[in-house]
Each structure stands twice: as structure tokens, then as C-alpha cells.
Ligand binder design. Structure first.
Ligand code: GLU
Length: 477
């Protein structure tokens, strides 16, 4: 039975790299009908925070990454770690080291000066009894002969000469355990079969394998996933994407778009780009995770998000849109526009909005009058010649009982026929009058969704505006 884990350190947000690791583990578990375990690696008490834990859990829920066990917290497992250290000490596989940080630093400097690799020289291995006034650390007796071979499921065979390793610390002098120690104890005791994680941990793996052996546990299989690079092929930075997963929610991305995007950063299935969750579960395998780093492409994320908005369920989009409307100041906070009406609004915008934020901005004209007209649009379309057309339209619309798209279209057709003009000669002035802009969704739909009252009042306002302009121009000549 496959058992995998996601093991974030709660020292900040869940960022894109972490989320992708979580997704790969989750998909691997779901594909194999295994278990996905969540473990919070919070032994670094000075950097771990409760807010960070909450943030990580919320981001995982938002992405739909449900876990089968946990969240375990390492700070609640201290007894277990102490017991395991005790076992190693008793078996002579670990020892107390009384070298002080100052002494270690001095030796490190000397090694560098002499061109040697700085590493702990093992001098406390044979030491008997404590040293006055020094709190010891506990170190593992590492086998420095031969080599450690990792059969990595992504990288292939990776060989480390053990001479590069030193007797690394298991317990610090304040008694807290180190990452390399607890990660092995937990993975072993939690029965983890596959460790799937970022390749920034590859260098830790030979140490961890030695520790498995010392503890008498079978090491799991390892799969080290290459980094995500920024568009400039440097490390992914805050500027592009190292930000939190939840920041993408704030910016109006849908979780399924970000999920799809992250999976494709490193994994592929032919040249398919868009995957349902079921397809991902069916197709996911570590064999198709690439060996080289993936490059973050924000345009692709936008493209995917646009796709999921376009094809998304309108009622759900309307619900998700509401907070963005209030952020844009279009409704009061906590206010709920009529759901059926909001669905109609969304229907007119989902074809073109790439994010929910964009959709809210595009929806502005449904909620408030144009705050001034687009200057080019006004110059081109709101001029005295169009007054009769707009007045004709007002008359026609006023007479409508049924304010449906179909009826509105027929009203337009009557005006067009009466003045013998083309649709654009009426539609463009009308669009500027209603939305302030020269581009909008289809004119009949927006009029219908806007409703009779708003549409007529804005048309009349525009008519007055043109008349006033005409008068003041006449006066100045
Ligand atoms: N807590 C470690 C991290 O966040 C997990 C490393 C691992 O997966 O072993 O980087």
C-alpha cells in the first residue's frame, strides 16, 4: 500500500513549489489508491508559527488536497524522538559531543585555510564522560567508507561518496531534534513508502539513508522533483510566483486552474495541457516527471484560468465573484446581489474575463453609471448626428413590456430600418452611453441584464450630454 506524505515547515506561506510537491504526493496516493499524510514539521520553534499552519491548511483545502491522516505535528512527538535517540546511544550508534560552537568554528576555518573540506572530525566518538559546563549535542556515527547509492525515481541513480559525510547532529545542545533526524524517524514510523519532495533535499538523502540503517528501518523510495524556475530562468522569486498560493485566490484565480498549472510544471502527458482532476489521478506517474527544472510562465496560468472561467459553472462563478465585487467597491461588504441576476451578469462576462478580479472590473457598469465616457469613444460616437437614433431607441425600449434580448434586438432593428443605418451606427453610441466604453459584451445582452430602468436613464443622460455639448459648441462659434 502506497503511503506518501507532505511535510511542510510552518515558517511562512505555502508557496508554489510547496504546493506542487503536495499535489504530486496527493496525485500519487490517489492514483495508487494509497494514503496521503500531512505532517507539520514544526520542530524549529523559533521560526514556526500557528498562522503559518493555518495558512498552509487553508491553501491545501482551497486546492482540494484532502489528507487521509494528520495533520501530525512534530512538536507533539518529542517523546518518540527521545526514545529513538536513546536507542541509538545505547547501541553505540550515536554519541554525545561536547565540542563548543567556538571550537568547531575554529576547526572549520583551519580546514578551509588548509584546503580541506570542513567537516566534524569525530573527536568525541571515543570520549568517556561529560565535560564541565558544556551541554552536549548528539551525533550519529556515520559510516564514512564506501558510497551511498540512491535509486531516485526521477533522477535515476545518484552516487555519493560517504567520505563527504560527517557525524551530523541528531539533537541540538538545547535538546531539540534536527530535521534530518525527525524526518527519518517519522517517515519510518508512519510507514512512508515513497518520499516525493523538492530536489533541494537531495543532498540530505545520503545522511538520511545512513540513519535508516542505524535505526534498523528500511528506507523508502525517493523521488526528487526539480525546482521551479522563474521566467528569467533564475530561482523563482517573489516577483514572479514565489508568493503564497492564497495570493492567487486573492488575485481571482480558480483553484482548478492553479492545480492544473502546477501539475504541468514538471509533469507531462503527451502534449495535453488541460486536465480534469479525474484524468490527472488516472494518468499521474513519476516516470513522466521531467529531470530538468520547470519554468514558471504566468501567461499560461492566465490562459488556463480563462479556460476554467469560460467553461465553469455559472452559479459557482457568481458565488466566487461576490467578494471581488465588494473589493471593487461595487457592492457593500456582505451584500449579496440577487443570485439569478448575478448569474446573468456572469454569463455575459465569462467568455472574456481571465480572472475573477478582471470579471468584477468588467462588471462595474452593471452596478454603477459610467464615471465619464472613454474620450475617444465619446468623440467618435457621442456626436449630434446620433441623437435621433438614440432618441428613437429610447422610444422603442420604453414601449417594451418584455425586456428580453430577443425583444431588444427587434427594437434595434426597427430603429435601424427607420433611419436606414447599419447596426454599428446605433450599437456603438449606445454602448458608450451605457458602459462608458467602446468594448463590452453583446449590446442586447447587456441591455437586457442591466434592465429597463438603468438602460433608459443612461441613454437619456447621454442624450442630454450630447445636447449640452452641442449648445456650448454653438455658443463658442
Ligand atoms: N519540512 C521539510 C521542508 O519543508 C520537508 C522536507 C522533506 O520532505 O523531507 O522542506
Amino acid at each position: 500500500m502506497v503511503r506518501v506524505r507532505f511535510a511542510p515547515s510552518p515558517t511562512g506561506y505555502l508557496h508554489l513549489g510547496g504546493a506542487r510537491t503536495a499535489i504530486f504526493n496527493w496525485l500519487f496516493a490517489r492514483h495508487h489508491g494509497g494514503r496521503f499524510i500531512l505532517r507539520i514539521e514544526d520542530t524549529d520553534r523559533s521560526r514556526s508559527t500557528q498562522e503559518s499552519i493555518q495558512e498552509i491548511l487553508e491553501a491545501m483545502r482551497w486546492l482540494g488536497l484532502d489528507w487521509d491522516e494528520g495533520p501530525y505535528r512534530q512538536t507533539e512527538r518529542m517523546e518518540i524522538y527521545r526514545r529513538e535517540v536513546q536507542k541509538l546511544l545505547e547501541e553505540g550508534k550515536a554519541y554525545y559531543c561536547y565540542c563548543t560552537p567556538e571550537e568547531l568554528e575554529e576547526r572549520r576555518k583551519k580546514a578551509l585555510e588548509e584546503g580541506r573540506m570542513p567537516k566534524y572530525d569525530g573527536r568525541c566518538r571515543e570520549r568517556r564522560g561529560p565535560r564541565e559546563g558544556v551541554n552536549p549535542v548528539v551525533r550519529l556515527k556515520v559510516d564514512q567508507e564506501g558510497e551511498t547509492v540512491i535509486q531516485d525515481l526521477i533522477k535515476g541513480e545518484v552516487v555519493y561518496p560517504n567520505s563527504q559525510l560527517d557525524d551530523f547532529i541528531l539533537l541540538r545542545s538545547d535538546g531539540t531534534p534536527t530535521y534530518n533526524f525527525v524526518v527519518v524517524v517519522d517517515d519510518a514510523l508512519m510507514g512512508i513508502t515513497h518520499v516525493i519532495r523538492g530536489d533541494d533535499h537531495l543532498n540530505n538523502t545520503p545522511k538520511q539513508i545512513q540513519l535508516y540503517r542505524a535505526l534498523g528501518y528500511e528506507p523508502p523510495r525517493f523521488a526528487h522533483v526539480p525546482m521551479i524556475l522563474g521566467p528569467d530562468r533564475a530561482r523563482l522569486s517573489k516577483r514572479h510566483g514565489a508568493t503564497s498560493v492564497l495570493a492567487y485566490r486573492e488575485d481571482g484565480y480558480l483553484p482548478e486552474a492553479l492545480f492544473n498549472f502546477l501539475v504541468r510544471l514538471g509533469w507531462s502527458h503527451g502534449d495535453q495541457e488541460i486536465f480534469s482532476r479525474e484524468e490527472l489521478i488516472r494518468y499521474f506517474s513519476l516516470e513522466h516527471v521531467g529531470k530538468s527544472p520547470a519554468v514558471y510562465n504566468p501567461d499560461k496560468l492566465l490562459w488556463l484560468n480563462a479556460h476554467y472561467i469560460k467553461t465553469g459553472d455559472t452559479q459557482r462563478l457568481a458565488r466566487l465573484l461576490t467578494p471581488f465585487l465588494s473589493k471593487e467597491g461595487l457592492i457593500q461588504e456582505g451584500e449579496e446581489p440577487d443570485p439569478d441576476w448575478l448569474c446573468r451578469v456572469v454569463e455575459t462576462l465569462k467568455e472574456r474575463a481571465r480572472t475573477l478580479k478582471e470579471m468584477a472590473q468588467m462588471a462595474a457598469f452593471y452596478f454603477r453609471e459610467p464615471q465619464g465616457y472613454d474620450p475617444k469613444g465619446e468623440k467618435k460616437f457621442l456626436k449630434p448626428q446620433v441623437l435621433p437614433y438614440l432618441e428613437g431607441l429610447v422610444q422603442e425600449l420604453e414601449a417594451l413590456e418584455d425586456f428580453s434580448e430577443g425583444e431588444i434586438e427587434e427594437a434595434f432593428n426597427r430603429v435601424i430600418a427607420r433611419f436606414n443605418i447599419k447596426l454599428k451606427h446605433l450599437a456603438q453610441p449606445c454602448r458608450v452611453a451605457l458602459t462608458g466604453k467602446t468594448v463590452s459584451p453583446g449590446i442586447y445582452e447587456i441591455i437586457s441584464v442591466m434592465g429597463k430602468e438603468k438602460a433608459l436613464s443612461r441613454l437619456k443622460k447621454a442624450i442630454q450630454h450630447v445636447r449640452k455639448k452641442e449648445r456650448s459648441e454653438a455658443l463658442s462659434h
